[in-house]
Design a protein around this ligand. Structure first.
Ligand SMILES: *Cc1c(COP(=O)(O)O)cnc(C)c1O
Length: 329
């Protein structure tokens, strides 16, 4: 199992050009001032579908063979990966099926349907939805494109790193949101391949950071999944993880964990100072800087990974009403 390297990421960049946005890298005057080194924001929050996930999904869809394309693809994700995959499949003229449980809220179901995907409502849990995915793969030959642990997905996410290296070759530190590790493994491979001086640090929440716990244990482990502002960073890395655990173990220079208050402060800062609406997962890099949790050397590039936050929750957060924002936990 060879690791995803620069060649594969460069091929992905060529394949997805014209299908995804090349997002801006802008200086943040407020963060540069408060950190004492230049800080730049990679605004992947402005990617089509609201997150970088479109890069990996598009690369995976365009890499399918003609038979797989003819049958179509399937996923159980109702989050940013599900959105991205539905969009990429529609753009490529490929059938996409998204399996979800009856407990998924109607607005989320409609959002995926609006992107042109077929919806299958099955059972009452994420596991039931995944069982239906497994059945469609087995019985109807649909291709499952997983959210992170797949070389084409990792290579697609790595194209964010290539753009950072091109736009800021002096970067000394890159902060990357970390969950399953597709983004971090891809970006670290691109950055380390292009910029010998740069460190890459993964940032997660304290509440349920599966990759950080796995790196500490030296093997994939599962952690309890908890509610968090950084909901796109929730979920496990898979005990049978094949690619992203090794990629993160070998390429990341460290990980940082954040409290919920710190993540909320990141969302607020992005809105007030940097003109950016971010979901919790997208704001963890800013939050890590504000919390003084990373040893600084500049220039620092902060990857803003996504913008898909419930507008009511965002308003409550930036209006300062953290109790409403946090709901029950
Ligand atoms: C999926 C996601 C992440 C984490 O990506 P992984 O490849 O799972 O580590 C970070 N931010 C946002 C907005 C995401 O949707």
């Amino acid at each position: 199992m060879s690791r995803v390297g620069l060649d594969r990421i460069a091929a992905a960049a060529e394949r997805i050009a014209g299908h995804v946005r090349r997002t801006p890298l802008d200086p943040s005057p407020s963060l540069s001032r408060s950190c004492g080194v230049p800080v730049l924001l990679k605004r992947e929050s402005r990617q089509t579908t609201g997150s970088f996930k479109l890069r990996g999904a598009t690369n995976a869809v365009l890499s399918l063979g003609s038979e797989a394309r003819a049958r179509g693809l399937v996923t159980a994700s109702t989050g940013n990966h599900g959105r991205a995959l539905a969009h990429a499949a529609k753009a490529a003229g490929v059938r996409a099926v998204v399996c979800m449980s009856a407990l998924v809220p109607a607005n989320k179901v409609e959002a995926v349907r609006a992107l042109g995907a077929e919806i299958r409502i099955v059972g009452r849990s994420q596991d039931d939805a995944q069982d239906e995915v497994d059945r469609l793969v087995r019985q109807e030959g649909l291709a499952e494109i997983p959210p992170f642990d797949h070389p084409d997905v990792i290579a697609g996410q790595g194209t964010v790193g290539l753009e950072i290296a091109e736009d800021c070759p002096q970067a000394e530190l890159v902060l990357v949101p970390l969950s399953g590790g597709g983004l971090a493994a891809g970006v670290a491979a691109a950055i380390k391949g292009k910029l010998t001086q740069a460190r890459v640090i993964g940032v997660s929440m304290e509440r349920g950071a599966a990759m950080a716990a796995s790196l500490l244990a030296g093997r994939p482990v599962s952690v309890e999944e908890l509610e968090t502002f950084a909901d796109s960073l929730g979920g496990g890395i898979g005990l049978a993880n094949r690619y992203t655990f090794a990629g993160c173990r070998d390429l990341l220079d460290g990980t940082v964990l954040l409290t919920e208050d710190e993540i909320a402060a990141g969302i607020r800062h992005a809105h007030a100072q940097d003109g950016e609406v971010l979901e919790g997962a997208g704001a963890v890099g800013i939050a890590a800087l504000l919390a003084r949790k990373v040893p600084l050397s500049g220039p620092v590039v902060v990857l803003l990974s996504g913008s898909n936050i419930d507008p009511v929750r965002h308003r409550a957060l930036v209006g300062g009403d953290a109790t409403t924002a946090a709901g029950a936990w």
